[in-house]
Ligand binder design. Structure first.
Ligand SMILES: Nc1ncnc2c1ncn2[C@@H]1O[C@H](COP(=O)(O)OP(=O)(O)OP(=O)(O)O)[C@@H](O)[C@H]1O
Length: 269
């Protein structure tokens, strides 16, 4: 596959393997201890372009968050490569903020951590606090926030600086309707400025609403990549069949998705 200049992310034959000792920790096993190996990501390849909003669906443990950590550079792949046009922003419900200090101070710390100078922080901090729209709570310690209030603050900080690649891992799920509507506008601003947004959500409606393309991950692999409505509808049919215990239909839907999916063959260099 030829890679063009509107490409923001290339994932090439990505594998991520975790090796654990029997008590579940990643480190400190002796030679004698029995190791468990988890193949969280298995031969994943795709190319993302400017202006694409890519939903990632898949059941629990299918590898969505691991994929995001690999794209954002938070973790390294065991093999394969991720190539990005610029540094991505990973926005998740567990994004690291300081619980004991106020929302306002977290805004300052977050913007400094994103590489702004103290003077640049001063210019935009009020706007970032205002976007979060949590009124007086902005001056209260973050540990007193509801999950929706925290989501608003994290979203506001992480999207304050426009980057080419924005990864949102379930961070929209705790917000109310007003927040998700405004988040959608902000995501559109990213896309209009020719960025790429990736969005993990268990809600197919959220994916259909916010995305124009979707990847379906199953057991660490991509088994479908295409139109967001089509892919998330197939995923919903599979989820319903699985929860009803209709294993035959569930297998049929997985096989159908796999057989229509063509893995891209990416050659770098
Ligand atoms: N640090 C880790 N050490 C060991 N195993 C891990 C680690 N991180 C993820 N895994 C395993 O990798 C697999 C994929 O996990 P991941 O969190 O990426 O799935 P997910 O699709 O995001 O799940 P969910 O929808 O539940 O958030 C799971 O089997 C998980 O247990």
């Amino acid at each position: 596959m030829q890679v063009s200049s509107d490409v923001t992310v290339v994932a090439q034959k990505l594998h991520k393997k975790y090796v654990l000792n029997p008590n579940g920790s990643e480190f400190g096993f002796s030679r004698k201890s029995k190791k468990n190996t988890v193949h969280a990501i298995n031969d994943v390849s795709f190319v993302a372009h400017r202006g694409e909003s890519i939903g990632v669906v898949g059941h629990n443990g299918s590898g969505k968050s691991t994929l995001f950590r690999l794209i954002s550079g938070g973790e390294s792949p065991t093999s394969g490569g991720v190539y990005v046009s610029s540094e991505p922003t990973l926005l998740g419900v567990s994004s690291a903020l300081q619980p004991s200090v106020s929302g306002r101070l977290n805004v300052r710390l977050g913007l400094l951590a994103m590489g702004l100078s103290p003077d640049e922080v001063k210019v935009i901090e009020d706007e970032v606090c205002a976007w979060a729209d949590i009124s007086d709570a902005i001056d209260r310690p973050m540990k007193t926030y509801s999950s929706g209030m925290k989501a608003r603050l994290v979203f506001s900080i992480s999207t304050a600086i426009k980057r080419d690649i924005l990864l949102i891992d379930e961070a929209l799920s705790t917000g109310d309707g007003a927040f998700t509507a405004r988040a959608k506008v902000r995501m559109k601003e990213f896309l209009d400025e020719a960025g790429t947004v990736f969005l993990v959500s268990h809600g197919a409606g959220t994916i259909k609403d916010h995305c124009n393309r979707a990847l379906w991950m199953h057991a660490g692999e991509i088994i479908a990549d295409g139109d967001a409505f089509v892919v998330s509808s197939s995923y919903v049919r599979w989820s319903k069949a699985t929860s009803r215990g209709d294993i035959n239909l569930a297998d049929e839907l997985i096989n159908k998705a796999r057989s229509s999916y063509q893995k891209p063959n990416i050659v770098i260099g």
